[in-house]
Design a protein around this ligand. Structure first.
Ligand SMILES: Cc1cc2nc3c(=O)[nH]c(=O)nc-3n(C[C@H](O)[C@H](O)[C@H](O)COP(=O)(O)OP(=O)(O)OC[C@H]3O[C@@H](n4cnc5c(N)ncnc54)[C@H](O)[C@@H]3O)c2cc1C
Length: 471
């Protein structure tokens, strides 16, 4: 083991390879408190050429590679687990030294960034250039572009801009063969053969290491409206979303559905103020924006809100009067995710159903959960605009965390069963990683799994890349 670390240190320099347990602890802990295994060492390349050199070395030494970005993933994809045979003899390859924003071109509306660039820094750089990079979610302060593309993350603005893969024009990848594929094209149209870049997005590091990306920039909005509204039930949320879109079209960027149990969890964790006079069973945080001064977005939103209030579709509504108030709305929303991660016995799920089925999904899931664990607290919330509801479940107050965790497999199976019966998926944005494999293989069509395995075998025949994740 020490010999391997020594050889990698000579390839990468002392900062490029860590093997002291104190130094690698930060790379092996897991947000979900999964029991992780120590890798042989953590390698931290500074260039694409160094990534390729590590892969070539790992091939020769029969070492597996676990790519790691900002380490905010919620399915155990970026760490080895200590109860798994196939996670042994691995190195964690962290992209945390490859953070450069190589270029911003506002004529092509493209920016070229290294994979280790933190999402929040990419957003800031785009803003400073008079554009936006719209991908945004609760993990943005630490998650990296490479991790976002590898999980095909979604987040708050997928309703308008799509998921991570929709933000990409080209990528650079180090393949399991050790070759570098420079696919950093900045073309808006290209029908020359298979669109290979999409293979690596959502692949969770199982097909290669993304080292850089050419990302799309979008016009920066100049006018924005943010509102917090109360609803009697989720179906009213969908009706309001459609009403809103009939007023402002594609200007709606976010529509976050929040159950009152989710709001309670957030308010317990953070000191943020609840924005309405009284509590309601359901709320939604909505946002719309435009770069155009010719479009009266405030007037259109106010008209939609007053129509919905008069017709009973909404029970209450408040429009943010300042950036500070807008930040408070969003802080409340993001605190839900943090509160759920903080509660180590809470079951997290990441399903999506067709948007029109969200209300049915929530009521059916709640019914089956309460049959399995009476008194369990259902905490659904999420991105209503794209059907992605995090149906999380907290233990009954009089049940211990360990007892509740014994029910996790049955609860997750039940939630997934409801989602699939409505044409949904088991994972909409967090990926399969090492925590959802059982249910992934159990619920996927054989023909799909075989296609995925055939791709894996063609690109990574020695199973060098992130073994134990996905399959
Ligand atoms: C509070 C909170 C809220 C969140 N909200 C959302 C949300 O709304 N939407 C959402 O989609 N996610 C959300 N997440 C989850 C997480 O932030 C995303 O999954 C993110 O994309 C992970 O990026 P990362 O850089 O941290 O990747 P990591 O966790 O380090 O890795 C994730 C996976 O990608 C692989 N990988 C990482 N970098 C590379 C690379 N360069 N090349 C190849 N493979 C790589 C890893 O091997 C692993 O399989 C949230 C997380 C937190 C903590």
């Amino acid at each position: 083991m020490q010999e391997i670390a020594k050889q990698l240190q000579s390839l990468l320099g002392p900062r490029g390879c860590l093997d002291d347990p104190n130094d690698i602890a930060a790379y092996t802990s897991d947000l979900l408190a999964l029991k992780t295994a120590a890798p042989v060492c953590v390698v931290r390349p500074a260039t694409t050429a160094q990534v390729a050199a590590i892969v070539q070395y790992a091939r020769k030494s029969k070492l597996a590679i676990i790519p790691q970005g900002g380490h905010t993933g919620l399915s155990g994809g970026a760490v080895a687990l200590n109860d798994r045979d196939n996670d042994s003899d691995s190195v964690i390859l962290s992209l945390d030294r490859m953070t450069a924003i190589r270029e911003i071109d506002t004529n092509d509306n493209v920016m070229i960034v290294e994979a280790g660039a933190v999402l929040a820094n990419v957003q800031t750089a785009a803003r400073e250039a008079g554009r936006i990079f719209p991908l945004s979610h609760g993990g943005e302060a630490s998650s990296q572009i490479g991790g976002n593309l590898s999980t095909n993350s979604g987040g708050n603005n997928a309703l308008r801009y799509g998921t991570a893969r929709d933000q990409v024009l080209g990528i650079e990848v180090v393949l399991p063969s050790g070759e570098i594929w420079n696919g950093l094209r900045r073309l808006r149209k290209n029908t020359a053969g298979y669109d290979l870049k999409h293979l690596f997005m959502g692949a969770e590091g199982t097909l290669g290491i993304i080292t850089a990306a050419a990302l799309k920039l979008r016009p920066a909005p100049s006018y924005r409206e943010t509102a917090f509204v109360a609803l009697a039930h989720p179906q009213a949320g969908l009706e309001f979303l459609r009403l809103l879109q009939s007023h402002v079209g594609e200007a709606v960027t976010a529509f976050e559905l929040l159950s009152d149990t989710a709001i309670s969890a957030a308010l317990t964790l953070s000191r943020v103020r609840f924005p309405l006079q009284t509590r309601y069973p359901w709320c939604a945080l909505i946002e719309a924006d435009t770069p155009s001064s010719h479009f009266d977005i405030s007037g259109a939103i106010e008209e939609a809100l007053s129509g919905a209030l008069e017709g009973g579709m909404l029970l209450d509504a408040v429009i943010a009067q300042s950036e500070t108030q807008r930040d408070e709305f969003w802080h409340l929303r993001e605190s839900i995710a943090f509160a759920m991660i903080e509660d180590k016995s809470a079951l997290l799920s990441d399903t999506a159903v067709p948007v029109a089925k969200v209300a049915a999904f929530i009521s059916r899931a709640e019914a089956v959960i309460l049959q399995i664990v009476p008194g369990a607290r259902c905490v659904p919330f999420g991105h209503l605009g794209d059907g992605n509801i995090h149906f999380n479940v907290q233990r009954p107050e009089d049940m211990s965390g360990d007892t509740f965790k014994n029910h996790w497999p049955d609860l997750l199976d039940a939630i997934v069963k409801v989602s699939l019966s409505l044409g949904g998926t088991i994972s909409a944005e967090h990926g399969i990683g090492r925590t959802k494999q059982r249910i992934f293989s159990k619920t996927s069509a054989e023909v799909e799994l075989n296609l995925m395995r055939a791709l894996k075998a063609a690109i990574d025949p020695d199973e060098l890349m992130n073994p134990g994740a996905l399959f």
